[in-house]
Design a protein around this ligand. Structure first.
Ligand SMILES: [Fe+2]
Ligand SMILES: [Fe+2]
Length: 209
């Protein structure tokens, strides 16, 4: 599947479900895997929008909903950093072997996974501190939150426009099967079929957004 076909399939998937009903089994498998990857980016984007709306409270002189911000960052550090990014790193390794031109981008994105993980954990600690009554600088939380937003948005933009189409072209079903076997799979605790109790408040915000 070339990148144009992939992007058309993503568009169709968003409008009609996960993949076209008339796709061949091979394409259905590929489209399913790639579409789920894309859907996770859409979900993360929604959380970043929600985080940004909370950060905007600082500018208005209001107090943001720190609990909501913590739930967002807890999810990012316990789902995105634990499953989404490690899985991408396995995909990156296979793309790297097959397209030397992609190496620089792949290396940058891999480095960003580590940076995002560190930045996310620091933000969780700071938000935890606020909720525990510690005095934290609003300016510092605002700056850390905005830096995280900017980096992850740009990171996902590059993955969506450059890496997903490359993966669609270069990886086959046996690659995806090996990648799935190598990673510890678990249920998405927020956007999956069952929302974990810890994310109940965040889920309500998402439905109302
Ligand atoms: Fe990534
Ligand atoms: Fe990603």
């Amino acid at each position: 599947m070339n990148s144009g076909a992939f992007l058309m399939q993503v568009k169709a998937s968003r409008a009609r479900g996960l993949f076209p009903a008339d796709a061949r089994p091979y394409d259905r498998f590929m489209a399913d895997t790639l579409t789920l990857w894309h859907v996770e980016h859409v979900n993360f984007g929604r959380l970043l929008d929600l985080l940004e709306r909370q950060l905007a409270s600082f500018e208005r002189g209001d107090s943001p909903d720190y609990e909501l911000m913590l739930e967002i960052m807890y999810y990012m550090t316990h789902y995105s950093d634990v499953l989404h990014h490690p899985k991408e790193d396995l995909v990156f390794a296979r793309i790297r072997e097959r397209d030397a031109n992609a190496c620089a981008t792949i290396d940058r994105l891999s480095g960003e996974h580590a940076t995002l993980k560190r930045a996310g954990q620091e933000l969780v600690q700071e938000l935890d501190g606020v909720l525990d009554g510690s005095i934290m600088s609003r300016k510092r939380i605002d700056a850390a939150g905005r830096a995280y937003l900017a980096m992850l948005r740009e990171h996902m933009r590059v993955e969506e426009t450059e890496i997903l189409p490359l993966a669609a072209r270069l990886l086959g079903p046996s690659d995806w099967a090996s990648i799935d076997a190598a990673i510890r799979q678990f249920h998405d605790p927020l956007f999956g079929t069952r929302t974990e109790r810890r994310y109940a408040g965040l889920a309500r915000h998402i439905r109302g957004a």
